[in-house]
Design a protein around this ligand. Structure first.
Ligand code: DC
Length: 224
């Protein structure tokens, strides 16, 4: 696979279940880029709120977020919060329920964005989340917005949950995704939106490999 020559920043946004984490991870492997899962960082600081039973917007939580140390190892596969591996804990239903509330606090976003920009300055990167194309890396070399219908996104999430033996229904997952979309797109600070210069990829009827190939082809054709 082609190696990207100069320093390249690829930013990717989209709603939950649009496929962006899997796609970004594979593009990172194939193009030998650093992978940044920005949602994992919001999930990690949500654990701080849960463990100390702090409200999402409490000054105490904001202090803890400023003081905490978040680090990725294994090219983004493992996330350490204050040196503890929290990669599994950040995917629990308790975190799913609270993370959108934590992610809407401007002081928390400010800290996390600074951290993401530091990581981005270290080398070629593909970063995905909700505000990577608009706020974190507004000058990214490549911007993509991945989307899919709510039903398709719910189907994908249901398959993941069933693989983990979680007992739920398509209707319940669809309701959870719709509620999260609403919070992510209507919040006051850095809502999920499509950057004017982003390439929109509808993944509803595409396989992961098709989306990966489409992105790599675009990057390789346009890289200088
Ligand atoms: O992509 P995800 O499901 O892991 O994201 C978890 C939550 O974090 C989601 O509710 C939106 C929020 N988030 C955000 O506000 N900004 C980002 N750049 C990434 C995620």
């Amino acid at each position: 696979m082609k190696k990207i020559g100069s320093q390249v920043t690829i930013a990717m946004d989209g709603p939950a279940g649009s496929g962006k984490s899997t796609v970004a991870r594979r593009v990172a492997e194939k193009l030998e880029l650093l992978y940044l899962d920005s949602g994992a960082m919001y999930r990690a600081v949500t654990l701080l709120a849960i463990s100390d039973e702090l409200p999402a917007d409490s000054p105490k939580l904001i202090e803890q977020v400023k003081a905490c140390h978040i680090e990725f190892t294994d090219n983004g596969k493992t996330i350490l919060l204050n040196a503890e591996d929290v990669s599994v804990q950040i995917r629990t239903p308790a975190v799913n329920r609270l993370v959108a509330d934590v992610a809407k606090v401007p002081e928390i976003r400010h800290e996390i964005v600074k951290h993401q920009q530091r990581i981005g300055a270290e080398g070629s990167i593909i970063a995905e989340g909700r505000d990577l194309t608009t706020i974190v890396f507004p000058n990214a070399d490549f911007k993509f917005y991945l989307d899919a219908s709510v039903t398709e996104r719910a189907r994908r999430r249901l398959a993941d949950l069933q693989a983990q033996n979680v007992d739920t229904t398509l209707a319940a997952v669809e309701a959870e995704i719709t509620a999260r979309d609403e919070k992510d797109t209507t919040r006051e600070h850095s809502p999920l939106r499509t950057a004017d210069d982003a390439i929109i990829v509808n993944t509803t009827r595409k396989t992961i490999d098709e989306v990966v190939d489409l992105i790599i082809a675009h990057v390789c054709e346009n890289e200088q």
